[in-house]
Write a protein that binds this ligand. Structure first.
Ligand code: AMP
Ligand code: MG
Length: 425
């Protein structure tokens, strides 16, 4: 897991009880390893992570075949072809895709051939139908008795030789690779009907706080709607993991315990919560978790999202993200995304990082800051503009953003025109 691009946050924070972002990430990541594997039929393998290397069991293409609809010929017979010296050949076979030709072309002979069809013995080139005097390409048309053409055909022209793409034994996909649509197609080409993949990580998600209402509940004085469970659930799903929504834990021991026990019966790989990690809060969660495990409260040298809880409940790792909607999102991106990736066995997908030019001067307080910005292209350069006030409750500014700008720890001012790193979101 490369730390490049994480800025100077590897430096120990001057505030001795604060962890740098890199330290906190490493402490978390080091606690996770990939989940178990399972064998699935190919059709179910989209977005799964390969748990084995795949060696080609055949050459591809499987046999020499035509890349055009046309006529298979012997190239040597076309050497002197020209407008005033047309070459005429007898058409002795009609080779459809899927058939295996039995003919062998002799001198003066050609065979009509369709794209993908196997090249007959004796032929070493294909002249496209549009370069011949036979222009009828409609399905079902009989092959002509003869064809003529007025140009030289090079040896090998329009033939895709066996093994041109890969040979038997070549390693074409490796363990840890996230299977994309084109990968499934290749596995099918190679006859891989069942694939050993990592199972999907299971992540339990809970919100906490007596102020939280369900999205469809009538408003009540002093209460707000639980939005984090929607944002974070969708982020989890976006990683390919399964979400087990535990709902809202009330500020009582019983409520917290009930939800955490559900996580245990659901056999999850990680429990994620939002809210209650700041000073003084979270007493019940702390108490319940510590009665069956352990919980540390960290202060991370970042903004937003300074408070973070990390522990374990009945052997399952627990991460408590802050409650403010933007802090929860940033906390997920910084600490959770990569660990779910590690759980999932995935090795190949890095985050999209870009350098962007700040359109305005940006003030920071010296913590590693993740700022919401809109990125667009100006004269071929990516340019960033903050999306309004950066309060950690202002979800609209995150909605309007297309990137998080990263201001490294220790930097208090980024002048307009300077470049910083950004994550596209
Ligand atoms: P806390 O971390 O509990 O101090 O909460 C910080 C802020 O986040 C408070 O304003 C909470 O009301 C808010 N908050 C906590 N949980 C959620 C949630 N699930 N959805 C939206 N806002 C929340
Ligand atoms: Mg709270």
């Amino acid at each position: 897991m490369g730390e490049a691009g994480w800025g100077p946050s590897g430096i120990i924070s001057p505030l001795s009880d604060m962890l740098s972002v890199a330290e906190a990430r490493e402490r978390i990541l080091s606690q996770f390893k990939p989940v178990a594997t399972e064998s699935l039929s190919l059709v179910a393998c989209g977005n799964r992570v390969l748990a084995v290397d795949i060696a080609a069991a055949t050459d591809l293409p499987l046999f020499d075949n035509s890349s055009m609809d046309g006529f298979a010929v012997r190239a040597a017979e076309s050497v002197n072809a020209a407008a005033d010296a047309r070459v005429t050949l007898r058409v002795v076979a009609d080779i459809a895709a899927g058939s295996s030709p039995t003919v062998s072309l002799a001198k003066g002979e050609a065979a009509r051939i369709m794209t993908g069809a196997q090249i007959p013995r004796g032929a070493d080139a294909v002249i496209p139908v549009e370069d011949t005097d036979f222009q009828d390409r409609q399905a079902g048309t009989q092959a002509p008795e003869t064809i003529s053409f007025a140009r030289e055909v090079k040896t090998g022209e329009n033939i895709r030789p066996r093994g041109m793409d890969m040979h038997t034994g070549d390693i074409v996909l490796r363990t840890g690779h996230l299977l994309r649509p084109q990968d499934l197609g290749l596995l099918a080409m190679l006859g891989v009907a069942n694939v050993e993949v990592y199972r999907r990580p299971r992540v339990a998600l809970l919100s906490s706080g007596d102020e939280l209402l369900e999205v469809d509940a009538p408003l009540q004085p002093g209460k707000i709607r639980d939005s984090n469970s929607y944002t974070i659930a969708a982020l989890i799903q976006g990683t390919g993991a399964e979400v087990i929504r535990l709902g809202v834990a009330r500020d009582t021991r019983q409520s917290v315990e009930t939800l955490l026990e559900t996580a245990i019966t659901e056999n999850v790989d990680l429990i994620l919560s939002t809210a209650g990690v700041s000073v003084g809060a979270f007493d019940f969660v702390k108490e319940v978790i510590e009665s069956h495990g352990s919980l540390d409260f960290w202060r991370v040298n970042m903004r937003p999202g300074k408070p973070l809880a990390f522990g374990e409940y009945r052997g399952i790792r627990f991460i408590g993200l802050p409650g403010n909607p933007v802090s929860a999102f940033v906390g997920f991106e910084v600490f959770v995304r990569d660990l779910i990736q590690r759980l999932s066995g995935q090795l190949n997908k890095g985050r999209v990082r870009v350098r962007v030019r700040c359109e305005e001067e940006i003030q920071s307080d010296g913590r590693e800051s993740y700022l919401r910005a809109q990125v667009h292209e100006v004269d071929g350069v990516l340019s960033a503009k903050l999306t309004g006030h950066q309060g950690s409750g202002n979800l609209l500014s995150l909605v309007q953003a297309s990137a998080l700008l990263i201001i490294p720890a220790g930097v208090k001012c980024v002048p307009a025109g300077q470049e910083v790193e950004a994550w596209l979101i």
